[in-house]
Design a protein around this ligand. Sequence first.
Ligand SMILES: Cc1cc2nc3c(=O)[nH]c(=O)nc-3n(C[C@H](O)[C@H](O)[C@H](O)COP(=O)(O)OP(=O)(O)OC[C@H]3O[C@@H](n4cnc5c(N)ncnc54)[C@H](O)[C@@H]3O)c2cc1C
Length: 332
Amino acid sequence: MTETTGAAITQPILILLLAASGGEPKLADGAAEAIGAAAQLGTPVAVTVGPADALPQMAEAAAALGAVQVLTAAVDPTQLGAPVADALAAAVAQLAPAAVLVPHTIEGTDAAGRLAARLRAPLAIDAVAVERDAEGIVARHSIYGGAYDVTSAATFGPLIVTLRRGSIDHRAEAATPQISSLEVAATGRRAAVVEGFEAAEQTSTRPDLRSAKKVVSGGRGLGSKEQFALIEQLADALGAAIGASRAAVDAGYVEQSSQVGQTGTSVSPDLYLAIGISGAIQHRAGMQTAKTIVAIDKDANAPIFEIADLGVVGDLFTIVPQLVAALEARKG
Ligand SMILES: Cc1cc2nc3c(=O)[nH]c(=O)nc-3n(C[C@H](O)[C@H](O)[C@H](O)COP(=O)(O)OP(=O)(O)OC[C@H]3O[C@@H](n4cnc5c(N)ncnc54)[C@H](O)[C@@H]3O)c2cc1C
């Protein structure tokens, strides 16, 4: 990597910011990280896309997170996919950015893929960092269960990057933005249409797994759905989200939405506790970039200890209740 030049610092970096679904108008998760990453590469320009009545609050929030310019685009919330790509394509045409950064969410990856296909531009998926070298912008990825770090770079066009949630620490300074609305020519491309909407009741007060700062995950070692309640107790004592290995999900201890790994959710929390999880490569693929990994397993040779910052060899049914009791005692 070489030093960033002055000219490069002024290059616009687009960030796609979508509206959070339901409730009051606000930005979807991942905005602070994406703007923080953009600020390290060039001039962060947010493209806020959402229902017309949410756009003023979204622009204000983007500026508070460091966007120095905000382009707003109103979309009909019943139309999925294509209108977001239309707005991004219009912003790329207007600003010729060096890169387009998108939070790695379901909606974000959809928009990034559509934009890349439409512009025939390179796409770097699930990056854990973005940097500059002498040639331009590169994305860093953690692959094969975190066994390798690789970089990807574009030889043409703006690099479109989706950023793994929780992987970017840098935060930009709040800015006083120039806000303008984006002229988006209707492309007439077909979009999926929402025909009905039914709010799902949120029954859990725990943090969302994807964006949680702390995750407590349980594996096959828990032995049963009833005993998996130990993971819930520890998660609640820590204010953490609940994760699980696929073996725990397949055994019915916990719902599939909690699965972490190659075929589940990828997480990068500050703290990841793996309990009764052996550390198969497919599980590591989804959690290896956590900042601190703590493992509890009775098998000292379990592969999870190869990546753990702190490992405790012992029976989880003895250790976890003690941990919960100690945390509760600290809370007083
Ligand atoms: C294509 C493919 C995709 C996959 N995707 C995923 C994925 O997304 N996520 C995922 O997790 N897996 C995935 N898997 C499965 C993966 O290969 C492993 O089988 C799985 O991760 C194992 O889960 P586990 O660690 O809970 O179970 P195990 O490997 O059985 O480990 C259980 C651990 O619990 C410990 N233990 C048992 N009792 C106790 C006790 N009383 N106290 C302390 N420790 C105890 C054991 O020592 C052991 O280390 C995938 C596999 C394939 C083939």
